[in-house]
Ligand binder design. Sequence first.
Ligand SMILES: [Fe+2]
Ligand SMILES: [Fe+2]
Length: 338
Amino acid sequence: MSKLMTARTIEEAVKKARGTRMFNESQTARENLFNQITYESSAGGTLPLSKYSFLRYQGVLPLNLPDGVRIVVLPDIHAPAHNKQWLWMIEQFLAEYRPHILIFIGDSTDFFFLSRWPKPPRQGYNAMQELEESRELHDRLIKVSGCLWAFETEGNHENRTNSFLSAVAPQISTIVDMDTQEPVMNYSKLLGYKGGERITFVTDERGFGGYGGCIILNGHKRLIHGLPLRPRAGGSPRVFTDQLGQDVMHGHSHRIGENHRETFDETLTAQEIGYLANPNRAEMSYHNLLSNGHPGLAAGEVIGGTVNLELIPIIQAIHENRLRYSMWYGDREYVTED
Ligand SMILES: [Fe+2]
Ligand SMILES: [Fe+2]
């Protein structure tokens, strides 16, 4: 009897059909898959990512992923205000799922020290400590996942490096590095990443306030930090899904929601994927998330040329009489610890 036949509910059937698969292919097989990843050059032509990589890419990056590539998308971590228990749980998932591609979809660093919102009077903050904590977290997630490449679509919080200078020191805000032509104070540089490392920061097209950089996977799925928000979860990307005729996934709203639009010959998917910031950090105003936010992330695989990404909500669950958080992928449950 197939596993599916023994399922009692539809949810259980879906979990069993997906099953817990072992993701332990050899490093050679992983590298072979990686070598097939290409991007569409704006000058025309398709180039292998492994040969023509960028530390920073401005604007819209079109990537082509071959079948079998697994992807994990992490939204709104807001380090160092990330939720350490959830990130610990996600590390367990990453170590088992072993995505080939890891995508930080923006606001992964909070840049609290550059925030121009009023801060509580005695709230201390330390710029270097915030940057170091964020860099360490990035490195740890990349390492534990074993991913072959990481991408980050910068969000409005990363854009604080631009907006702060423009507001406070406009005279020097337009200075760019003579070699790279990038702003002198830019996000990847502040985190200490250099060219040649397996990470690409997809940055804003200037003047879009941090919402201008995005990745398009296999021509049909647009991953972007944020968009003008609509009141209902799933409603904001839906507007752009309709306009662009493309699947749209975004973070920024700190909510989870999904919306589908049937057209004559396809189904378009609009997804908001939640947040991973710690809602107890009242000094950063994340306490609002307790009543109006949903923790979560997204993961999936390329099958038949289509990028399938599903939302993975993080939910409260009772385990051994203790209140914890958990998330499901396939028939595997991941649980937070104290
Ligand atoms: Fe955010
Ligand atoms: Fe945001």
